[in-house]
Ligand binder design. Structure first.
Ligand code: SF4
Ligand code: ZN
Length: 282
């Protein structure tokens, strides 16, 4: 059984990389690590498959959870001889993510993960570019993607789906480091099993600040249906990938690329989402 799980995940990841042309051996690759099972698994597999890969972790300074996560990534990278880049929130921004979050939430109604997600994406793109990486790999898995697709459906906002898919990013620009998801067709359960078999040093406990309200409802909904329709997740993803090119055609705005007037990072608007958030702190 263990051998089958290992072979199945490794085959799926190899096929996803090949079919969607996610990576090539000449790419300088960085994996966005969190200390969790997904990013550790993809980092391990890319190293195993012979890619030129390094790791990057943002130390969000979320108390002991961040301390444990950082320690696990350091332990793993040391054992695997993988170069690790650490971005400490306090060194880079002068404060923790929690400080940014409470400052923003005192002015606008945004949930923890919405704020944290914007900050992390901005840092990851900037740092990946500054360190000279060609591709930024994330540990997103099939369950994450199914939830994202369904949440956008339920919100009635299909335009949000254009930044999903195995390759992220609709705007092509040399200030954007393309983001790719080699675990796209691997389920949460499969990755958990793989990570346990391989005895990876990871934190299985979720982030204490995670917001699961709506996502949790969608997760439960899909799980319930999965009892009756075992292929439901794969079907949602396959169907989504069929319509994704059309969604991109419909919702990708044409015209010149914009750089944020404040931070000069690529943005869809005059002021990027990160700088919009930071304005609430001043
Ligand atoms: Fe940030 Fe939410 Fe992830 Fe915690 S769960 S690290 S708050 S995005
Ligand atoms: Zn900006």
């Amino acid at each position: 059984m263990e051998k089958e799980i290992i072979a199945s995940i490794e085959k799926k990841v190899k096929n996803t990389i090949k079919e969607y042309k996610l990576l090539n051996k000449k790419d300088k690759i960085v994996v966005a690590c969190s200390g969790g099972k997904d990013s550790t698994t993809v980092l391990y597999l890319l190293k195993k498959f012979g890619y030129d890969v390094e790791a990057l972790i943002i130390d969000l300074l979320i108390g002991s959870w961040s301390e444990k996560s950082l320690a696990k990534v350091e332990e793993f990278c040391k054992a695997q001889k993988i170069k690790l880049h650490t971005v400490n929130m306090r060194d880079s921004f002068g404060c923790s993510i929690c400080y940014i979050r409470s400052g923003v939430q005192s002015k606008v109604k945004l949930n923890n993960c919405a704020i944290c997600g914007v900050v992390k994406r901005w840092i990851l793109n900037k740092k990946a570019r500054e360190f000279g990486f060609d591709k930024l790999v994330t540990g997103h898995n099939m369950d994450d993607e199914v939830e994202n697709v369904m949440m956008n459906q339920f919100k009635g906002n299909p335009s949000l789906c254009i930044s999903l898919g195995p390759k992220t990013g609709v705007i092509r620009d040399n200030k954007f480091v393309p983001r790719v998801k080699p675990l796209y067709f691997c389920s949460n359960d499969e990755i958990r099993a793989y990570s346990k078999i391989m005895k990876f040093p990871v934190v299985y406990k979720p982030c204490p600040c995670s917001v699961v309200a709506f996502r949790g409802d969608v997760r439960e909904f899909v799980k319930k249906l999965e009892g009756k329709f075992p292929d439901i997740k794969k079907n949602i993803i396959d169907n989504f990938l069929e319509i994704l090119p059309e969604l991109k055609k419909t919702f990708t705005s044409k015209g010149d690329l914009i750089y944020c007037e404040i931070c000069k990072e690529p943005s869809r608007n005059k002021i990027c989402k990160m700088c919009e958030l930071m304005k609430h702190l001043s």
